[in-house]
Design a protein around this ligand. Structure first.
Ligand SMILES: [Mg+2]
Length: 252
């Protein structure tokens, strides 16, 4: 009887949940990078650009911001316009063994990640060494089925990091799932927008209280305004798990 039941059964909700692939960003999604770390990385990027291009720190800082807005990653602008080697830039600008003083740990994150049933893939535009060190410091190195770092984001020998749509299509193919069975959890509007366009579910999470406070519009915090390409928008991991954790309505 039990066996017959299994033969004829329809996919259950738990099958649906097991098939999900969560694409989870690192900085300002899994931890508050704006607390100290982003300032350090930005300062190192500005110093690198100033040294490499022979411009003032002020001009280098302006260029860093301009390329970030235009390409979604400062590195892409430096490769395209100045022939910078990706590895040189990434090694010079991201702390690894010297990370601990820049990272704020938050209890409960490992348990919250475990409540996202299915596969969990970390997808970050940061380099592998930095990512490995950071995950260990945060105590969540064992929580991911796959790490996709900027080192893995070459397509036809060109770097295609977030928010490039080719990256999302590669991940959909690699997962062997329908796009709607994937969900991106990220703080970046640009990343969420392109993921939504290829059919991936989207959840915006600000892990950084300092970043949340930055954006105000129409007398309301920007976090209260949800763009159409974002299905779920929250300010914390506990809120995200309440919305997307293991339950029927938990589908972005
Ligand atoms: Mg981020």
């Amino acid at each position: 009887m039990h066996r017959l039941g299994r033969l004829g059964r329809r996919p259950s909700r738990s099958d649906d949940q097991q098939r999900r692939v969560w694409l989870i960003d690192l900085d300002n999604t899994l931890h508050d990078a704006s607390w100290r770390l982003m300032a350090e990385i930005n300062a190192r990027m500005t110093g690198f650009i100033s040294d490499r291009l022979g411009v003032s720190l002020q001009a280098a800082g302006a260029l860093r911001t301009r390329y970030w807005h235009r390409y979604g990653a400062t590195l892409l602008g430096l490769i395209r316009h100045h022939g910078v080697e990706a590895n040189d830039f990434l090694r010079a600008t991201h702390p690894d063994r010297d990370l601990p003083p820049f990272v704020a740990r938050r209890p409960g994150l490992r348990r919250e990640l475990a409540a996202l049933t299915g596969q969990r893939w970390l997808v970050t535009n940061a380099p592998r060494d930095y990512t490995d060190h950071l995950l260990r410091i945060l105590g969540i190195a064992q929580c991911f089925d796959r790490l996709v770092c900027i080192d893995d984001m070459h397509s036809i020998s060109r770097l295609r990091p977030k928010p490039h749509p080719l990256l999302w299509r590669r991940l959909i193919r690699a997962a062997g799932r329908r796009p709607s069975e994937l969900c991106l959890i990220d703080d970046s509007a640009a990343n969420l927008r392109t993921a939504h366009r290829v059919g991936i579910g989207t959840a915006r999470l600000w892990a950084s209280p300092s970043q949340r406070k930055l954006g105000w519009a129409h007398q309301r915090p920007a976090s209260a305004l949800r763009p159409s390409y974002v299905r779920v928008q929250v300010n914390s991991w506990p809120s995200l798990i309440r919305r997307l954790g293991d339950r029927p309505q938990g589908r972005p």
